[in-house]
Design a protein around this ligand. Structure first.
Ligand code: MSP
Length: 521
């Protein structure tokens, strides 16, 4: 079983392009793993608790639950619109999740992993955490990134994070694949080397924060939002769930090997790289059950971090309406290297879609089907002898398929798409060289004409399958025009030359990628 999760998005605002990227990336990976033949379970959802939700709801004068529900709908609608197909949906206000968090708290207390103590210190309202002197900037102040900082003294529950610090250091050092890509793992190693091994405050007194999961053994406290949120990865996987809870079988989803968590670079240290493995370790998870963390970079605008305060947020919902879901999905995974940051550039979105999809792949689709229809009554004849040029085309497809596979296995979607595009370009050049429109003029060239068209149609069928994780709907439209309904049921290993049988009748071409015409054009 391939169990895949994304971060769960805060419901204190509307979904933005960064949220959309992460979910589309996860969707592409999930669909690819199915194509590879894996059984996949893809979990995503929303993070509904915490101070920010409570504060924003208060400003609007509504209950945090009503507010979180309202925002949650925006996420649900967007994932539907963008074709993000998940198997499990995590909402942290779900009673089943609350019960799991409470069971874990009780369990950890029994294991001696929790204690209560009074603490006086500086607290960042924005980041919802206590600060230490190490969080001060060079001027000795708490910088603007912490927002409002207040001094408070209060009793709270603590998790003995420090008791697991040595274990974590060893674990991360001896497991190079725990965090990918490698340079993100180095960031974690760096953070661990400098860590002061403090314990983690995991409660908030109710007088300060009501909007959270109540401590089962101390009802004056609610759970710190990160402690609550991280547990979604196991609560919605059926950990400690009742049989009739409608959740997956935990032992099946998380047998020994843990899941792949897809997250952004901002939440690796400390949440996913430190708190989470230590929490799992404290719960009794073995080293071989630890998850793997795939860290992606950020979509920025002109090198700046996108944020509401900078006023440069690109609304994915509007973008999908304006340019189409296909162009948006394609751009989100085509113009960024997994792990690194990229600049969100609408001109490039339009250019890459028009050039690589509308012009190149659209052209291959149109000309292969159009000419097979016009010159051969739609019938593909594969029997003719193959010449050197045909063999070169087959070799290109073989190479490209292997490159695609290697790139996808390494979560490098952009490289995989470039591989498909290389073959499409090879096909279009092959068509230009072999000129089926000329061959069709002389019946003596019928054998050659058949062969050229068969090679183009066969290539198109392969490309549709390879493209399907990124663009499932266009891939289906190509399969329908090829009249190969079962094409979308094929696995990666089925992609051998000869998918289109001799005598197969293809359908009529209809534009799969209508060109985007911009206002300026
Ligand atoms: N609620 C926490 C995650 C809890 S996971 C147990 C959170 N939420 S978030 O809404 O702020 O961010 C959700 C995800 O979106 C994170 O993985 C974050 O890195 C990602 N992104 C937020 N802005 C982004 C970009 N501009 N670009 C790419 N991804 C970014 O953190």
């Amino acid at each position: 079983m391939f169990y895949l999760t994304t971060a769960i998005d805060y419901t204190n605002g509307a979904p933005h392009i960064g949220h959309a990227y992460e979910k589309v990336l996860a969707d592409v990976i999930a669909r690819y793993r199915r194509l590879r033949g894996d059984e996949v379970y893809f979990l995503t959802g929303v993070d509904q608790h915490g101070q920010k939700v409570q504060q924003t709801a208060e400003k609007e004068g509504i209950h945090p639950a009503t507010f979180a529900k309202k925002k949650t709908k925006l996420f649900l609608n967007l994932w539907k619109k963008l074709g993000v197909q998940y198997d499990g949906w995590a909402e942290t206000t779900d009673d089943r999740h609350k019960a799991c968090v409470q069971a874990i708290l009780s369990d950890l207390k029994e294991r001696g992993e929790l204690y209560k103590k009074a603490y006086k210190g500086h607290y960042s309202v924005r980041q919802e955490q206590f600060l230490t002197d190490r969080d001060r900037n060079e001027a000795g102040e708490f910088g603007p990134e912490w927002g409002e900082v207040v001094e408070i003294e209060e009793e709270n529950w603590y998790f003995r994070l420090s008791a697991h610090a040595e274990w974590l250091k060893n674990y991360v050092s001896s497991n190079p694949d725990f965090v990918i890509p490698g340079f993100r793992r180095n960031e974690l190693l760096g953070a661990l080397a400098n860590s002061a091994e403090l314990d983690l405050c995991i409660s908030r007194p109710k007088e300060r924060l009501r909007w959270g999961i109540e401590f089962p053994f101390d009802p004056d406290f609610v759970t710190y939002v990160w402690f609550d949120a991280l547990i979604n990865y196991i609560s919605f996987a059926g950990y400690r769930a009742k049989d009739d809870a409608g959740l997956p079988d935990f032992a099946k989803l998380w047998p020994d090997k843990g899941p792949v968590h897809i997250i952004g670079k901002d939440i690796l240290v400390p949440a996913h790289g430190i708190y989470w493995p230590c929490m799992l370790h404290a719960m009794g998870f073995r080293d071989d059950q630890m998850p793997q963390i795939l860290v992606h970079g950020w979509w920025n605008r002109s090198g700046e971090k996108m944020s509401k305060s900078l006023g440069n947020v690109v609304d994915p919902d509007e973008l999908a309406d304006k340019f189409g879901v296909d162009a948006l999905r394609y751009y989100l995974v085509r113009d960024i290297v997994t792990g690194k940051d990229a600049d969100f550039d609408l001109d490039r979105l339009v250019m890459l879609y028009n050039q690589e999809l509308a012009n190149e792949l659209g052209n291959l689709c149109n000309r292969a089907l159009n000419m097979t229809g016009r010159y051969c009554a739609g019938i593909v004849s594969t029997g003719g002898p193959a010449n050197a040029d045909d063999h070169a085309l087959r070799d290109s497809l073989k190479t490209v398929t292997a490159e695609y596979r290697a790139a996808m296995d390494a979560f490098d979607i952009a490289e995989a798409l470039k591989a498909i595009n290389r073959h499409v370009t090879v096909c279009n050049a092959y068509a230009e060289r072999n000129k089926p429109w000329e061959l069709a003029k002389d019946p003596a060239h019928k054998g050659r004409l058949d062969s050229v068209l068969a090679h183009l149609v066969e290539s198109l069928a392969h490309c549709a399958v390879l493209l399907s994780p990124v663009l499932p709907e266009p891939a289906e439209r190509i399969a329908a025009q090829l009249r190969m309904d079962t094409l979308m049921e094929l696995r990666l290993d089925d992609l051998q030359w000869g998918l289109v049988p001799d005598g197969h009748e293809t359908g009529k071409p209809k534009p799969v990628f209508p060109k985007i015409v911009t206002e300026e054009a």
